[in-house]
Write a new protein. Structure first.
Lengths: 108, 130
């Protein structure tokens, strides 16, 4: 089975910091990788689709990169509203889509 | 404006059944794949199922196969999730999500079609407990 390993599981950071979250697939998934932000009590929010395309309305401080099996989400300058949990999602296989375990970004 | 609204959640005993509904507006429902995603208390997001535009394809995560069935009614712009033989571990907020397809041109005449969830509802809570 295709596994998605997200790291770190949590991180502490301050406003203005640059942070990077990694998602690794157990097999090649090419660019079939998307990123979401989740806050308690809110619906998930699309940030990045197809590995590196910025979703509509998402600030340019968010960026995605990667290919084959390794992908990253970068926030160039963390803002107060960015403290949340982030998930990657692979949609490579027709019959099975998988989220990463999540990365919780907390205030340092 | 795209709107996605789930309903049908509630408290159900183990072994019981529940049918979730999702009603959408603001886009042509029949043009899109649709999906269900859930989040158990204190846990991460989990894809549950997705369905093709005219029910021609349906896929479910292994943990719900044989118990849950996704379906849709394009005339009513509605998505459903029939949940049978419910277990305590099915307790979660269930989200309905629209699937969008990104078409990425690789080479001339070569296009990669990448699905992703772009619009989500606010979720409906399902609690399985005696």
């Amino acid at each position: 089975d295709l596994q998605m390993t997200q790291s770190p599981s949590s991180l502490s950071a301050s406003v203005g910091d640059r942070i990077t979250i990694t998602c690794r697939a157990s097999q090649i998934i090419s660019g079939y990788l998307n990123w979401y932000q989740k806050k308690p009590g809110k619906a998930p929010r699309l940030l990045i689709y197809a590995a590196s395309s910025l979703a509509s309305g998402v600030p340019p401080r968010f960026s995605g990169s990667g290919s084959r099996t390794n992908f990253t989400l970068t926030i160039s300058s963390l803002q107060p509203e960015d403290f949340a949990t982030y998930y990657c999602l692979q949609t490579y296989h027709t019959y099975m889509w998988t989220f990463g375990q999540g990365t919780k970004v907390e205030v340092e | 404006e795209v709107q996605v609204v789930e309903s049908g959640g509630g408290l159900v005993q183990p072994g019981g059944s529940l049918r979730l509904s999702c009603t959408v507006s603001g886009f042509t429902f029949s043009n899109h794949l649709m999906a269900w995603v859930r989040q158990a208390p204190g846990k991460g997001l989990e894809w549950v199922a997705y369905i093709g535009q005219d029910e021609n394809e349906k896929y479910h995560v292994d943990s719900v196969k044989g118990r849950f069935t996704i379906s849709r009614d394009n005339a009513k712009s509605s998505l459903y999730l029939q949940m049978n033989s419910l277990r305590a571990e099915d307790t979660a907020i269930y989200y309905c999500a629209r699937v969008q397809i990104a078409e990425i041109e690789l080479l001339v005449y070569a296009i990669r079609r990448i699905p992703y969830f772009d619009y989500w509802g606010q979720g409906t809570l399902v609690t399985v407990s005696s």
